[in-house]
Ligand binder design. Structure first.
Ligand SMILES: *Cc1c(COP(=O)(O)O)cnc(C)c1O
Length: 463
């Protein structure tokens, strides 16, 4: 069942991958207002935008899909949009937070998530990180059995953390290898189908009465629902086996990971959270029947369609008979798209300098970025209204990962990100993150140690 609010937001399109027909879509309204407010233009050639109501609607859709599960904690995978105001919005909307590094844990705490609603999943936790998480009472999933040995040594008597272990059900991969976490050779979790591994996991639980959670994350973009459901059903079977072995309900919660794929081809939300829950139910009816607390860790599916990127067209040229628009959005913000254009295609729309959609005939053209490397093209040979200097391009569905996985190539600044809200047909903006300045870039590039290689050696070698 599609989320009703998303349905209402569906645009009519001439071409699913190009241009909205309506000037009244939330994105079109936001672009026009951003130009009017001076947030986009000659001196502000690149910005990200987050639809605040859209985020709330997506969270509501997730909660609704799991409404029949008595005990569920939905966490947001911080890496998908690691911006404190966005995390705080998600906390306010009822989410917990999944983190995978000390930095993400800090952001989650600063955003206001209670430690009990934070899950730490990083695959290479240091002893210090484990100690600090346990002291805070943050839930933690060990990536492997050696990490459980470390927890044995570090766990305080009065530990409040829920502790689990991640398994890899090895059900196979989806269409994007780098997004598939349940392959035979995945680096994540205990590889469950390897000889003897299952017995070792059961034994690890038998020896540790405080170990109460099983965690699996089958994959992200490109993984079909039945594959995800198969992996989670296998995880449920393992929980049942552990509990039968120890003779009590020691495993009390299942952390199901994240990874609902996002449709980047048009505005339709598919698959939906309701379809995800139905797929789990079909694969294993007992999975969501309330005997286990359920934790989810969705990232991209909560935020991707609630964000877009807008960039100025600086120049337009022809090369070898091909039209190329040089814009300010390239690999620094759309890294995966420029390196793996087949796996991560983005819809692009053309807007005029005043922020209204362009309606001129479609012409095939490349939409390139500002980086000094030839692969810096976000859309190849794409039919779009002919772009000109001063126009804007919108990269749709970039709310997930695109604002939080900046690539500092060419020392390009992290762009500003704004939240927007529609009220009575009017768009209002709030700054989420201001654009990085060139002074800040210099500061994080060692400015304070500028003389280090000339005079910085305390005792020069050989003296
Ligand atoms: C990245 C990640 C997620 C979120 O994945 P999405 O595809 O963004 O939903 C969830 N759990 C773990 C362990 C992850 O690494």
């Amino acid at each position: 069942m599609p989320l009703p609010t998303e349905n209402q937001r569906t645009d009519q399109r001439t071409d699913a991958r190009t241009e909205p027909l309506t000037d009244a879509s939330p994105v079109a309204l936001a672009v026009r207002q951003a130009v009017a407010d001076g947030l986009l233009g000659e001196d502000r050639p690149l910005a990200g935008f987050v639809d605040v109501q859209g985020v709330r609607d997506s969270v509501a859709g997730l909660h609704e899909a799991f409404a029949q599960v008595p005990d569920v904690l939905h966490t947001f995978a911080a890496k998908a949009c690691s911006l404190v105001p966005v995390l705080r919005l998600l906390a306010d909307a009822g989410m917990g937070c999944e983190v995978a590094s000390p930095g993400e844990l800090r952001l989650a705490l600063d955003a206001g998530f209670a430690p009990a609603r934070i899950v730490l999943d990083s695959p290479a936790k240091t002893r210090r990180e484990i100690r600090e998480a346990l002291a805070l009472g943050v839930a933690l999933n060990a990536d492997n059995l050696d990490e459980l040995d470390r927890i044995d040594a570090l766990r305080p008597e009065d530990c409040a953390s829920v502790l689990g272990v991640r398994v890899n059900p090895q059900v196979g991969g989806g269409s994007i290898g780098a997004m598939s976490t349940a392959t035979a050779h995945s680096k994540f979790g205990v590889a469950l189908r390897d000889p003897g591994a299952r017995a070792r996991v059961v034994e690890a639980f038998a020896r540790r009465p405080w170990l109460t959670r099983l965690h699996a994350h089958v994959g992200s973009q490109g993984c079909p629902l039945p594959l995800i459901a198969e992996g989670l059903a296998a995880t449920h079977r393992l929980a049942e086996e552990i509990n039968a072995h120890v003779g009590r309900r020691q495993v009390t919660s299942l952390d199901l990971g994240g990874g609902l794929p996002v449709n980047f081809a048009d505005d339709t939300v598919t698959p939906t959270y309701a379809e995800y829950a139905a797929a789990l139910d079909a694969a294993e009816p007992a999975l969501l029947d309330g005997r286990y607390q359920v934790v989810t860790e969705f990232g991209r599916s909560l935020i991707a369609k609630n964000g877009f990127t807008a960039a100025l067209v600086e120049y337009v040229k022809d090369a070898g008979g091909r039209r190329i628009a040089l814009t300010h959005a390239g690999g620094q913000v759309a890294t995966r798209t420029v390196f793996m254009p087949q796996a991560w295609p983005l819809r692009v729309s053309a807007y005029g300098p005043d922020g209204t959609p362009k309606r001129t005939p479609l012409v095939r053209q490349d939409v390139a970025g500002p980086l000094c490397f030839a692969g810096d093209v976000v859309a190849h040979d794409r039919p779009l209204p002919a772009l000109s200097e001063g126009d804007l391009v919108v990269l749709h569905d970039t709310g997930g990962y695109y604002f939080s996985a900046h690539w500092s190539y060419n020392s390009l600044p992290r762009p500003a990100v704004y939240g927007y809200r529609l009220a009575g047909g009017q768009v209002a903006f709030a700054v989420i993150r201001s654009a990085q300045t060139v002074r800040e870039i210099s500061a994080e590039s060692g400015l304070a140690q500028a003389d280090a290689l000339l005079t910085g050696f305390a005792a020069p070698p050989g003296t």
